[in-house]
Write a protein that binds this ligand. Structure first.
Ligand SMILES: CCCCCCCCCCCCCCCC(=O)SCCNC(=O)CCNC(=O)[C@H](O)C(C)(C)COP(=O)(O)OP(=O)(O)OC[C@H]1O[C@@H](n2cnc3c(N)ncnc32)[C@H](O)[C@@H]1OP(=O)(O)O
Length: 134
């Protein structure tokens, strides 16, 4: 998704403006795209939180990267196509290699999508693959 998730010490925020081809019902954003945003931002939030609790600088080695073990998405209201979406992520639970992140999407100040990501720390060989991707 190429989103940039920014950690503010309490939660992570990302912004994304869907394009006209991200549509299913005319005028509204495709749900699969919204689920992907929750997924990407949820795993990014898990990573940022893992660095924060260990007092480490984000993005430094040894790398802390997360895989999606479970993704749940509730579409509360149709999401209008056009305005910028604000994706929020907040840690609900953190234990061992697992981080549970609650995430939601706001448009025009209204929450239209709510989700939860169970993220598990990626094994070393997958972290290598993530770091080496084009
Ligand atoms: C803000 C700044 C940003 C920073 C910059 C970040 C940049 C970041 C960019 C990269 C971002 C890439 C994001 C990729 C996001 C995908 O797209 S990942 C692709 C889709 N996911 C997959 O392919 C995963 C496939 N599944 C697996 O590989 C394995 O099942 C898993 C998920 C690694 C878990 O297996 P495992 O390592 O054997 O883990 P296991 O010991 O069984 O379980 C560990 C814990 O997780 C729990 N768990 C495992 N599976 C589940 C499940 N399905 N449901 C609930 N709990 C579960 C277990 O119960 C256990 O919990 P505890 O008992 O410890 O409480």
């Amino acid at each position: 998704m190429q989103i940039k998730s920014v950690w503010d010490g309490n939660e992570a925020i990302a912004r994304f403006t869907p394009r006209p081809y991200h549509t299913a019902v005319p005028g509204y954003v495709y749900g699969g795209l919204l689920a992907s945003l929750i997924d990407c931002h949820g795993t990014g939030t898990a990573s940022a939180a893992a660095y924060a609790v260990t007092g480490r600088e984000p993005g430094t080695a040894p790398y802390l990267r997360y895989l999606t073990a479970s993704l749940r998405v509730n579409f509360l209201k149709p999401t209008p196509l056009g305005p910028e979406l604000v994706i929020h992520g907040r840690v609900k639970e953190m234990a061992g290699r697992k981080v549970v992140v609650e995430a939601w999407i706001e448009v025009n100040g209204e929450t239209t999508v709510q989700g939860e990501v169970v993220a598990v720390q990626a094994p070393d060989h997958m972290i290598e693959a993530l770091l080496n991707r084009a």
